[in-house]
Design a protein around this ligand. Sequence first.
Ligand code: HEC
Length: 136
Amino acid sequence: MKKIVLAFMLLVGAVQAGNYTKEDRIKDMKAMAKAMDTIQNGFFYNNYDTVAEGVMKLSDHVENVKPPIEETEEKNPMARYMDGKIKMTNKIVKKIDQKALTILQRFKAGDSAQAVQAYTKIVGQCMKCHREIRHW
Ligand code: HEC
């Protein structure tokens, strides 16, 4: 039974992975913005659990982020352009995920200065993507 449930969950996961829409991306964006707020509050109130909660949320959502199906399905003659976008996204997502872990490790070690630095680097990565994809 457990195996069937697991297989089903994997299947649903696979189907969802192929159907990532713009709407899903906005949801992930909003969730990430909230997670960043949570982390910041954790810093200000000096509360590890709050920091950890924010970091977990951030990681959960950033891992979903990719170019949505509307963009990947465009019959774009510039497939290379899309390729570049996917590569850039993967790179940024990985960086954010890594820095999120750094926040947790540094904050736990009592090094809030380094934790804040990792946080700032994440903000930089968020804005990098917004600049390059959205030209903000
Ligand atoms: C891979 C690129 C990428 C990364 C990385 C990224 N964003 Fe975004 N973000 C976008 C795009 C594209 C939109 C516009 C979505 C749309 O309107 O379809 C957006 C929109 C948003 C919005 C507005 C959502 C709305 O309601 O319209 C917020 C808030 C946001 N991002 C927060 C963040 C935060 C916080 C991070 C970093 C933790 C981040 N983003 C990282 C690409 C990215």
